[in-house]
Write a protein that binds this ligand. Sequence first.
Ligand code: DMJ
Length: 610
Amino acid sequence: MHLSSRQDYVSISFAGQGSGSYNNSKQWRRQSCWRKWKQLSRLQRSLILFILVLLFICGIASYPSVTEHLRGKTPFISYESEPLVGCQNLLKAGIIECQLTCLYCHMLQRKLSNKRGPPVLQNRLQKKGNASETVVEDRAADSKKEAFISFVSFVLESSWLEAVQEAFRHAWKGYKEFAWGHDELRPISKSYSEWFGLGLTLIDALDTMWILDLKEEFEEAKSWVATELTFNKNVDVNLFESTIRILGGLLSTYHLTGDTLFLDKAKDIGSRLMPAFNTPSKIPYSDVNIGKGIAHPPRWTSDSTVAEVTSIQLEFRELSRLTQEPQYQAAVAEVMKQVHKLDGKLDGLVPMFINTNNGQFTHQGIYTLGARADSYYEYLLKQWIQGGKKENQLLEDYLQAIEGVKKNLLQKSSPNGLTFVGELSHGQFSPKMDHLVCFLPGTLALGAHNGLPADHMDLAKELMETCYQMYIQMETGLSPEIVHFNMHQGSTRDIDVKLADRHNLLRPETVESLFYLHRLTKDHKYQDWGWEILQNFEKYTKVSSGGYTSINNVRDPEYPSPRDKMESFFLGETLKYFYLLFSNNTNLISLDQYVFNTEAHPLPIWPSTA
Ligand code: DMJ
């Protein structure tokens, strides 16, 4: 039998629970054992005792190697393996406390000898007999079950967290050897690519190393920041990308470590990005030369992307709070104020482009939660949370937009009825969904956690299932960049992928949402799903000499066709969210104290006096 989740562990182990004659049979077994023991000759008894002592000594002698294995590189319990065997191994390793050992043996024994019908029926028969005794036994069984669940969770948690640390070390090894101080690793060609020339991967990964407790790696990266990183460079950078990855990464690392090196660097890059806001409309340009202090739009247009100009607010607001210099917050607040008032929205949904000269939406009539609009919605909610839930306009825009999603973009697929978020183009619905949209389940769950309508959580759960299906329905178990859902009666599969959309860039959104869903519902199935996805990244994107690569074809497990690039967000976001997903410690970046920017950098929720 193949078992693939913690749920299976638990249900199998408890399958035999509920028999009414447990106490009597235990007594009977004990008495008959004692009788048999007394029937043995003195020589036989001595021999048995001698063997038991020998086994005990062997057990002690093998203890260091076993514990070493438990701490070792591969998780001790193979996720794919039969869980009962896994538990037996743990028993052999002697890491279960006495009571739990007995509990497990007891359950295993009862499972094997359970030939009297399903537990529900047994419970009913038992309840007919002696009601009060049953209540006591049920409670005892419940607490044993709880103990068992928390034990299994503990073992899985340690081995899964260690697997993420190991993945990070492997990615870091490639970056360190072939791309140190450059923007991105090209793991296949053992080289690097440059985007801004600012050590993007290193900066994006700083707080991940801190959170994953990789102190050595963190220290070497920190010393690069201290000695090598300079923003006094004649380079064009994208305002949005450098804000979320560099400014966001430096600010969060400052908060986690308290080291002012990172705050100084954050102030430096923040102030160098400000020329982007010098436009006729005050809607910022997409690009800025941080050495010359000159900003400009892309060569082919004077438009900026709506998601880009509305997803830099968390970072600039925080910079103002820390420096007590209001110009950063003022600049990004002006953008929100204008977008709030603009015509051209559909039930709170925004178009994808905005003009930097006149401040109006352009290319109107297309509405998506994917590329070019996604984080607008995310930052409405997160700014409201960051500021202590006082800025009502942000909340109203967010709530209206979610209603707009439900009314215009939400549909179900055929044949299995997966809920998905499509797109609207001039009144025409398209069942196309970007992987980027998978940030939405997490954002909805975060909103519900902060007092927004409970049906947001219901929708979050449905969309989470869809995003998971986007992975497991592919031959590699990895999601493509874009999927199309079938809506016609009689379709045989829910998800189609066009040839051009089959790539996977190691993106974080699904893992991010799994983290929120697990953290906020405590349902371990989300961890199980995440573990499955991590295994698939390991299998199809890991490069043996170091690093992980994006791939071209998630539908071809024989040749997924590596793209030779490890995006900085794989370390900044994907691995960080895996770690936070697998951790059961709700205080590890508490969602009541921090809000994550769209690049997974945690920034503090402002204290109410601020
Ligand atoms: C990241 O840079 C951010 O999460 C952004 O909001 C969307 N795209 C990438 C990751 O997919």
